[in-house]
Design a protein around this ligand. Structure first.
Ligand code: ATP
Length: 301
């Protein structure tokens, strides 16, 4: 488990990360989203022990990370601006990581390099941006660590590669309980892979929730109400309405509550027509953050 308590980092008067409290459980995918400059990289760099927090603490499985080799062997960090040794080939990097990470899976490294069509003997500085990302991801998953920190890792990967990387993560999660932590400014990118999402804004966590919990507790209802009935009347049947949109007679309501509760209330209201539709992660975030007074569209899209 990774635990941040009051984690804070300042740079020359800028509070990049502001008293963050977060818990990241093993075996799930934690997505960290937020606009440019929200503090995602600074947070991950503290989790990875690259930066020392100014206040608060960050622990991995109970161990402080900064200058702690034992804690650092528990994760692989793919930074936004990836570092490779000068003139190194993927094979050189693999030989280095094999020493650092005792569980490094060399056979898998060769096999993945081949299936990604990458030449392991070519200098990495001659690779494209996306190819460099692929090398980092391959080294990251082969390192055999419990945690994998990815800072904008999907950026620069083409759609086929993104899918390939997502499925590798999924199989590693199933087979060896890998915990990926993925920072991105793109909510859509994380939708199909994350179990838990933390929304970072101006250095603080605005919202941190399990996706399943979010999805089960919020729904969209499209309906045509009977003559004379208004959406507000539905509240008398126990419906908690977060948002109402109307096009002609068709209403689209965003409502809170579990599905059976919503269905029960709608049946009691007896509209001419209704159907419940699941919300996308984007729509859920818009609704959840509007409730706490933010216009999330300005924050992440
Ligand atoms: N080394 C540094 N020195 C000074 N300021 C810094 C440093 N690193 C980050 N910052 C500042 O901290 C804030 C958060 O930056 P950070 O890189 O963590 O954001 P981010 O959410 O990862 O953004 P992006 O999506 O653009 O990568 C920004 O205001 C940035 O200018």
């Amino acid at each position: 488990m990774i635990e941040a308590v009051n984690l804070t980092k300042r740079f020359d008067g800028i509070t990049a990360v502001d008293h963050i409290n977060a818990t990241i459980r093993e075996g799930s995918v934690f997505g960290l989203i937020g606009t440019n400059g929200a503090g995602k990289s600074t947070f991950i760099r503290m989790v990875a022990g690259v930066l020392r927090p100014d206040e608060g603490s960050i622990t991995i499985d109970g161990m402080n990370v900064f200058e702690n080799e034992e804690a650092k062997r528990k994760f692989f960090y793919i930074s936004d601006d990836q570092h490779f040794f000068a003139n190194a080939t993927p094979l050189d990097m693999m030989r280095y990581y094999r020493i650092v990470y005792p569980n490094f899976d060399e056979a898998r490294f060769h096999s993945l390099m081949k299936s990604f069509g990458l030449n392991e003997k070519r200098k990495i500085n001659t690779f494209s941006k996306g190819m460099k990302k692929q090398v980092s991801v391959i080294c990251g998953v082969c390192a055999g660590t419990e945690y994998l920190f990815c800072d904008e890792t999907f950026d620069g990967l083409d759609p086929v590669m993104r899918q390939a990387v997502k499925s590798i993560f999924a199989s590693d999660m199933e087979e060896r309980n890998l915990t990926p932590i993925i920072a991105s400014h793109n909510l859509r990118e994380l939708e199909d892979i994350c179990d838990h999402v933390g929304l970072l804004h101006k250095g603080g966590i605005l919202l941190s929730k399990d996706l399943d919990e979010m999805k089960m507790n919020i729904h969209k209802v499209q309906c045509v109400l009977r003559e004379g009935m208004k959406p507000a009347d539905l509240q008398n049947f126990g419906l908690e309405i977060l948002k109402t949109e109307q096009r002609g007679k068709l209403m689209t309501l965003t409502v809170r509550g579990d599905l059976s509760h919503v269905e029960f209330a709608m049946q009691k209201a007896d509209p001419i027509f209704y159907e419940t539709i699941p919300l996308s992660l984007e729509e859920i975030f818009i609704s959840e953050t509007e409730v706490v007074g933010y216009d999330v569209k300005k924050l992440i899209f």
